[in-house]
Design a protein around this ligand. Sequence first.
Ligand code: IMP
Ligand code: MG
Length: 178
Amino acid sequence: MSDIKLHDKTFETYLPESQIQEAVKRLAEEINKDYQGKKPIILSILNGSFIFTADLVRFFNFPLTVEFVRYSSYKGTTSTGTITKMLGMKSDIKGKDLIIVEDIIDTGFTLHNALKDLRAQEPASIKIASLLVKPKALKHDVPCDYVGFNIPNDFVVGYGLDYDEYGRDLPAIYKLKE
Ligand code: IMP
Ligand code: MG
C-alpha cells in the first residue's frame, strides 16, 4: 500500500480499512449485548469521531438517538488546563444512558474534562467507546469500556483523524513515517 502526503508530512498504512471494519463490528456486538432493552444516547465527540460514529450506529440493534458535542482544548502554558464547550447537546441527558464515541484517547485530557461536564448533567450511566487508545500517553484516568485498538505513541491520521484538518476522509488509518 502506498504512502500518502498531507501538508509537509508523509504517512504509511497502519490499519487497513478491513481491519478497522472488523473492529467496528466487534465493538458493535459487545455494545449490542450490553444495551438490549435500553434506549441510549450516542454522544459523538466532534470532529474526529464522525466516521466511527456513522459506521458504529449502523450495526446497533437497539433504539438510539445521536447527539454531537465539540470541545476545544486549551492546554496552554498552565498545568491546570481546561476545555471549552464549543457545541452542546439539544437533549436533556438527565436519567439517560450515554455512550460516548471517541476516535482516539491520547492523554485522556479531553475526555477527563468532558466527563466532568457530562456527569454534572446526571445521566443514568456513561460508557465510553474509543476506536483507538494510546495507553502509554495516558495521563488521566479515563474508563474506556469499548476499545478498538491499543496503539503505540505514533501520530495517526485517517478514518476521522486529522493532521492539521486534512486526512479525515481516508478510509484507512496511517501513521507518521519517521
Ligand atoms: P487527549 O485529550 O490528549 O486524549 O487527545 C484527544 C484528542 O487529540 C483526540 O480526540 C484527537 O482529536 C487528538 N489526537 C490525539 N492523538 C492524535 C493522533 O495521533 N492523530 C490525530 N489526532 C490525535
Ligand atoms: Mg477528537
